[in-house]
Design a protein around this ligand. Structure first.
Ligand code: C2O
Ligand code: CU
Length: 455
């Protein structure tokens, strides 16, 4: 079957180029980091919340005094935060007001295939579509983003992304920092031209301006107490090396929810689409202290300790045991690569994505081992993401992952020469789901494949 015309042959995959963008001359830390507003349901029932979100073009003040054209969920850059509860249904009606197809994937969500936002299952311009999410999974920091085939990279880059948080009762009982002290932060890169417009067709390495909740180098006033920060790397292609200038961040959760126990770290890698939740205790610092969250040595966001506050929250020594690992019955091999002589050039197991082809048939309820390798000869980084499941990383390059990286995951980095041994259980739902490199420029040009869950 024909995958259709590729609109995006302009992707740059090679070494860093000079680029056409500019790094805006900004007074650092002159804007306050906004909180992405929590969306209110248009209607709530006994066990369901119903939301409405238009998908539309707009402008946003990303740089002070400059209006930048963007794409939005709901009119703002970036999308509103949805707060869901385990076992309480959420239905979202998306109205596509763009002049091109769009859709929505709930990244990390355990959802029926009809609501998964499969790349070929799009909302036509002028049409609306209801996605139905049962939220039958434990608390986790998920996110939603466009997944319309060939267009996902550009759509997400221009703003079609937002947080979707699931909370559960056992997590609430832990008494972690909550309410105003539970702050989702979407970190992502952009490249601007001299007019403050976003440049998309360029080497992603030139996206050197990092935004926190849609602002470049903002500050965020905090009280001298504990905060829970839910960090998402919403970049199409960027691995962040996050640090707080050597200060301790206590990692409590990864993509799929809480770790068994908190792990103190001073540095943390976060690849595209990965999430990490950290608790920072600002009570350790005098009022007036400024702590900078940086990507390597590049400052992203400054926390200003400005006031005292009561703090009854805690980070218990034990958070939540990981689910037991059932015995696997099937082993599969997956290789991601580019072939510059192929068309399209992005490949999984030697073949580009073909929506008419099922690459793996998987029995519902089964547990499988997936050995995933970066088979490139180009020294290009990849990541690996599976829809439907939260998996466990059993091995990375033949060794068990460190404690802070051994929790529930749906996306992992796969650097040149790298290999992963993953275990996943395919529960509940039947139908077709994709797995792919989450560098969205790569999935856009074929580095994606399809599994079908069968009875
Ligand atoms: Cu975050 Cu297939 O996607
Ligand atoms: Cu890739």
């Amino acid at each position: 079957a024909n995958d259709g015309e590729l609109p995006h042959k302009g992707y740059h995959l090679g070494a860093r180029t000079a680029g056409t963008g500019v790094r805006p001359a900004l007074a650092p830390f002159s804007t306050q980091m906004p909180i992405l507003p929590t969306l209110q349901p248009v209607q709530s029932g006994l066990d369901v919340d119903i939301y409405k979100i238009p998908i539309k073009a707009g402008t946003a003040e990303i740089l002070p005094g400059v209006q930048t054209p963007v794409l939005t969920y709901g009119g703002r850059f970036l999308g509103p935060t949805i707060r869901a509860k385990t076992n309480r249904r959420v239905k979202i009606m998306y109205q596509n007001q763009l002049d091109m197809p769009a859709n929505v994937h709930l990244h990390g969500g355990h959802v029926p295939s009809v609501s998964d936002g499969h790349p070929m299952d799009v909302i036509q311009p002028g049409q609306a579509r209801v996605y139905d999410y049962p939220n039958t999974q434990q608390g986790a920091t998920l996110w939603y983003h466009d997944h319309s085939h060939h267009m996902e990279a550009e759509h997400v880059y221009r703003g079609l992304q937002g947080f979707y948080l699931i909370e559960d009762d056992s997590e609430r009982r832990l008494n972690l920092p909550s309410g105003a002290y539970d702050v989702p932060i979407l970190l992502r890169d952009v490249e601007f031209d001299a007019n403050g417009e976003l440049i998309f067709f360029d080497d992603p390495a030139n996206r050197t301006t990092i935004l926190a909740n849609g602002k470049a180098q903002p500050y965020f006033p905090v009280a001298a107490r504990k905060y829970r920060f839910r960090l998402l790397n919403g970049s199409n292609e960027h691995v962040f090396q996050l640090n707080l200038g050597g200060e301790t961040m206590t990692k409590i959760a990864s993509d799929g929810g809480l770790l068994p126990a908190p792990v103190p770290v001073t540095e943390m890698q976060l690849a595209s689409a990965e999430r990490a939740e950290i608790v920072v205790d600002f009570a350790r610092y005098p009022i007036g202290t400024q702590l900078v969250l940086s990507n390597g040595s590049d400052p992203i966001l400054r926390f200003d300790v400005v006031r005292r506050a009561v703090d009854t929250s805690r980070v218990p020594d034990q958070l939540r045991p990981l689910p037991a690992l059932p015995t696997p019955t099937v082993t599969r091999d997956v290789a991601l690569s580019f072939d510059l002589t192929a068309d399209p050039i992005g490949l999984v197991n030697g073949r580009p994505f073909d929506p008419a082809r099922v690459d793996f048939q998987i029995k519902r309820g089964s547990t499988e081992i997936w050995n995933v390798v970066n088979a490139d000869t180009f020294a290009i980084d990849h990541t690996f993401h599976m829809h439907l499941v939260q998996f466990r990383v059993l091995e990375r390059n033949g060794a068990a992952p460190p404690q802070h990286d051994a929790g529930l995951k749906d996306t992992v980095r796969l650097p040149p020469g790298g290999s992963l041994k993953l275990q996943a259980t395919f529960r509940d739902y039947l139908g077709k789901y994709v797995y792919h490199c989450h560098y969205l420029e790569h999935s856009s040009i074929g580095m994606m494949a399809q599994m079908e869950i069968i009875p």
